[in-house]
Design a protein around this ligand. Structure first.
Ligand code: AMP
Length: 226
């Protein structure tokens, strides 16, 4: 079997991580696993872990490391025959170490977006809490103002996306991310991208992945995903 490819994408809220992950998944046939989506699925299915995690997510707090790793690690262990891109995990050094203990990552993509750009994007961000769908009132508004396109349910703005809380939240992200980034840099697998536009970052990520992912793998994965 061809060698599998395992990657992580890191980036603060508003960095375009979700958009880039979707493009990587569709262009290179990697399975996109978002920890936030996975948590929401567990909450919707009322699994034991989902019920426990819900209270933290509603408060805007991180889910504790032991609960989070208990959820994600078995999910990754099931994907032994797939190449994947992990988004939203690890969020802490303890999570990064837990991930290290089960697999060897091939690449870490880190999005380093200027603070002003992040603030500008997040200020206009509204979400549909049940699905995690994100809208931007300036760049990507819903069809009807204040309402989710698919469910018709109301959108909310997170307390932590409101201007007063934003700077503290982004600083907190940076503090948590620093040791994780240092760890991956020391392993020689970190690739950092900086720009104010996702569309300008994407070609660099795309050509990097093209040079690292064997094309036979890309074709095989595409075939199984469609
Ligand atoms: P996201 O969709 O990535 O913004 O995640 C939504 C929420 O899920 C976050 O605000 C956290 O409460 C929780 N969450 C997602 N990933 C993690 C993680 N790796 N560790 C702890 N909590 C997480």
């Amino acid at each position: 079997m061809s060698k599998l490819f395992r990657a992580v994408i890191l980036g603060p809220p508003g960095s375009g991580k979700g958009t880039i992950s979707e493009r990587v998944a569709s262009s290179f046939g990697l399975q996109h696993l978002s920890s936030g989506d996975f948590l929401r699925e567990n909450i919707a299915a009322k699994t034991e872990a989902g019920v426990l995690a819900k209270a933290y997510i509603e408060k805007g707090a991180l889910v504790p490391d032991d609960l989070m790793t208990r959820l994600i690690i078995p999910r990754l262990e099931q994907m032994t025959r797939h190449s994947w891109l992990l988004d939203g995990f690890p969020r802490t050094l303890a999570q990064a170490k837990a991930l290290n203990s089960i697999c060897e990552l091939d690449m870490v993509i880190s999005l380093n977006i200027p603070l002003e750009t992040l603030k500008d994007r997040l200020r206009h961000r509204w979400i549909h809490p049940a699905s995690g769908r994100v809208y931007n009132m300036r760049f990507n508004p819903p069809q009807v103002q204040g309402v989710d396109d698919i469910s018709g349910e109301p959108l909310i703005q997170h307390e932590e996306d409101k201007p007063e809380a934003l700077v503290a939240r982004l600083r907190h992200y940076k503090d948590m991310a620093k040791p994780i980034i240092d760890l991956y840099r020391a392993k020689g697998i970190l690739h950092m991208f900086s720009d104010t536009e996702t569309d300008r970052i994407w070609p660099h990520i795309s050509s990097l992945l093209s040079s690292k992912i064997p094309t036979d793998l890309t074709d095989a994965q595409r075939a199984t995903n469609h």
